[in-house]
Design a protein around this ligand. Structure first.
Ligand SMILES: *[C@@H]1O[C@H](CO)[C@@H](O)[C@H](O)[C@H]1NC(C)=O
Ligand SMILES: *[C@@H]1O[C@H](CO)[C@@H](O)[C@H](O)[C@H]1NC(C)=O
Ligand SMILES: *[C@@H]1O[C@H](CO)[C@@H](O)[C@H](O)[C@H]1NC(C)=O
Ligand SMILES: *[C@@H]1O[C@H](CO)[C@@H](O)[C@H](O)[C@H]1NC(C)=O
Ligand SMILES: *[C@@H]1O[C@H](CO)[C@@H](O)[C@H](O)[C@H]1NC(C)=O
Ligand SMILES: *[C@@H]1O[C@H](CO)[C@@H](O)[C@H](O)[C@H]1NC(C)=O
Length: 608
């Protein structure tokens, strides 16, 4: 008999009396995918709107094979309740709603053969007690040790289908419990709820990267696979919308499944908050300007699509005054044009920036002057019509542009002998294809005009960036390994252009004072910023100032507090350098959040 005929016959006959462990197998995909199975025994552990979960009455001792499975069938189980021991027929199926996700193993088209007994005790497996601890660093053996490695998408879980190593890899751990009824003890929220009300948590197991607030900070090669998202409750209740980073929750019991790109627990009922971290709001920065070149305060803030009539305008202004303590020079990103998202030919942001300046003064701050360069209409990405750009706010009593000579949207800045700038301020190589649909960095040269120093003794350069976004990324728990880091090639090219410009300044003056800051949309330990630091010779200010790696964050995404916003400084600025991230937006609930980024403040000595 040819093997093809044999396979056809095999597929046409139902495989009888497999255990659930055998159906799941010890890999991601079931060895019985696509086959009919009959006389599968299981005890019902939970019911959902579209099916139910059963657990094997004869578990094996293999930690790699889940002893539970989802039975998908909207009209199945009308007479079946939790605790029933049943025997069923059905078809093993690997299901995913999107080609970039992992597959969920399920039994579809179920038919009840018999109900054997009812009222069986159903005890959840306690994670980290009845199971090993969730792995805390690596996601998959297919990531080659670095979930952020470039190139991305070198292999697919669904093709390689590796044997599970639940003690070593997060995806393998959660897959080995697919379908299982579990309890998470002493859960702590490590995110706010997403748009569907789902919230990431960790239980009472060992974690890495825990910051003082209770969140999990992403670090080099460690993106916290020990966290799990809590999805929609099985009883139809809704999870709270007010959960905040670091909140304590009641123990959670539910079933593990995979949907919408993530392993998740569907809890039996809505999660409950039992306590929140204090204080509710972070303290204001302690980094105050000295009012002289030996202690210039630099702020940086992505103000999230700020337009003149934005409802968050006054709140941004209050943050700058109350929490950033009105730094001398502020790098802002995501400033929209004068009519915000209205998609017309308007590109000027004078009204937006003067409105912000007035709002800051009204909140008790100084009268900031501002500097920016209008983009070419609709060429810099972001919200359609918004024409977002980077800009500087500065105290004109303390700072001024050094020999100002503003460039325009299309002319490339250059470094002249001095070093000095051809355009002050000016954009870096704005017509280069690397900046397609992205913001061009704005370079400026400044002098301190009050205090002890004047003129070239206190001249410094700034580079304000907002690199391309991570849009198009695949889920960190998705099929592509390492996951697709959307726009990473663009950011690499952008980082190289920016670093080369900075290198030109350093080549003329190894002691030049340079601050590059803004929303780099990338982590320091990923290729674009590794290249940026190496080529520019600038130093990551977080490292220079000695911030604990776990406290380096300005953004909350999925299960990770993470740092997209950075400051890099030249060697001459390292002495006395101080830096703080002010967690005014990551700590609060979604309703109180003013921008999606936290601002930062540095104090640097720019005297010669
Ligand atoms: C399922 O089990 C029943 C009862 O033990 C048996 O009669 C039947 O033949 C089995 N079905 C298959 C397909 O093996
Ligand atoms: C429930 O059981 C009754 C009686 O055995 C049967 O008539 C009915 O069809 C069953 N309902 C479902 C949804 O299976
Ligand atoms: C990853 O690569 C495969 C081809 O190997 C492709 O089909 C898939 O779409 C890619 N995934 C993503 C998220 O880009
Ligand atoms: C601001 O004005 C623009 C039109 O210029 C309008 O589209 C937008 O809805 C307004 N936003 C608010 C918050 O009022
Ligand atoms: C914007 O303001 C600058 C001065 O800050 C001025 O030179 C420029 O003409 C203004 N542009 C518009 C469109 O009003
Ligand atoms: C920018 O300035 C250059 C000359 O320096 C000029 O040729 C060009 O047309 C200007 N572009 C815009 C968009 O104003």
């Amino acid at each position: 008999m040819s093997s093809i005929i044999r396979v056809l016959i095999f597929a046409a006959t139902a495989v009888s009396a497999l255990t659930i462990g055998e159906i799941n197998g010890n890999r991601f995909l079931s060895p019985y995918n696509g086959q009919s199975v009959s006389n599968v025994s299981g005890i019902v552990t939970a019911k959902g709107p579209d099916g139910l979960w059963i657990r094997s009455p004869t578990p094996d001792r293999d930690a790699r094979t889940s002893e539970s499975v989802y039975v998908f069938g909207r009209y199945f189980g009308g007479n079946i309740t939790v605790g029933d021991a049943i025997v069923l027929n059905g078809k093993v199926q690997e299901y995913r709603s999107n080609k970039d996700y992992l597959y969920l193993t399920e039994i579809s088209s179920p038919q009840l053969v018999t109900k054997i007994s009812k009222g069986n005790v159903v005890k959840p497996s306690v994670i980290a007690k009845d199971t090993s601890d969730p792995p805390a660093q690596q996601y998959s053996s297919l990531d080659g040790g670095d979930v952020f490695a470039v190139p991305n998408n070198v292999s697919l879980v669904s093709v390689t289908n590796p044997v599970l190593e639940p003690q070593n890899y997060g995806l393998d751990f959660w897959e080995s419990l697919s379908g299982e009824l579990v309890t998470v003890r002493k859960p702590k929220a490590v995110s706010k709820p997403n748009n569907f009300g789902d919230t990431w948590v960790v239980g009472d197991w060992e974690v890495t990267g825990r910051n003082q607030r209770g969140g999990l900070t992403m670090t080099d090669k460690d993106a916290n696979p020990e966290a799990i998202i809590i999805g929609s409750p099985l009883d139809g209740t809704s999870n709270p919308e007010t959960t905040k980073l670091g909140d304590d929750l009641e123990d959670i019991t539910g079933v593990i499944t995979y949907a919408f790109g993530f392993y998740r627990i569907l809890p039996s009922t809505a999660i409950k908050i039992t306590g929140s971290a204090t204080p509710t709001l972070p303290p204001a920065t302690r980094l105050l300007s000295s009012g002289k070149c030996d202690g210039i305060a630099f702020g940086a803030y992505n103000v999230e699509n700020l337009a003149p009539n934005s409802t968050h305008m006054s709140k941004i202004a209050a943050h700058i005054v109350d929490y950033l303590k009105s730094p001398d020079l502020i790098f802002v990103q995501e400033v929209q044009d004068d009519n915000g998202p209205t998609n017309d030919a308007v590109v000027s942001a004078n009204l937006t920036l003067s409105t912000l300046s007035r709002a800051i003064a009204a909140a008790g701050g100084p009268s900031y002057a501002f500097a920016d360069i209008n983009p070419v209409d609709d060429q810099d990405g972001g919200q359609p019509g918004g024409n977002i750009r980077v800009a500087y706010l500065y105290k004109p009593s303390l700072l001024r542009l050094y020999k100002p000579n503003p460039g325009n949207s299309t002319t490339a800045n250059a470094v002249l002998p001095g070093p000095a700038l051809k355009f002050n301020p000016g954009r870096i190589d704005p017509t280069n294809a690397a900046w397609t649909a992205s913001r061009k960095p704005l370079v400026a040269q400044w002098e301190v005009i009050s205090g002890d120093y004047r003129g070239t003794g206190s001249v410094f350069f700034t580079v304000n960036v907002h690199f391309g976004s991570k849009g198009g990324s695949s889920s960190i728990q998705g099929d592509a390994r390492p996951p697709v880091n959307g726009g990473v090639e663009d950011r690499l090219a952008q980082a190289q252009l920016t670093a080369n410009f900075i290198k030109d300044i350093v080549a003329q003056d190894p002691n030049a004072r340079i601050v590059a800051a803004g929303d780099f949309n990338e982590f320091t330990f990923v290729q674009p910023l590794e290249e940026f630091a190496k080529m520019s010779t600038l130093k990551d200010l977080d490292a220079v100032a000695g911030l604990d790696e776990r406290e380096r964050y300005t953004y909350l995404f999925d299960m990770n507090t993470q740092q997209l916003d950075h400051m890099y400084i030249s060697k001459s600025l390292e002495g006395k350098a101080r830096y703080e991230h002010v967690h005014i937006n990551t700590w609060v609930g979604s309703v109180e959040q003013v921008s999606d980024h936290d601002p930062s403040v540095a104090r640097l000595d720019v005297c010669s």
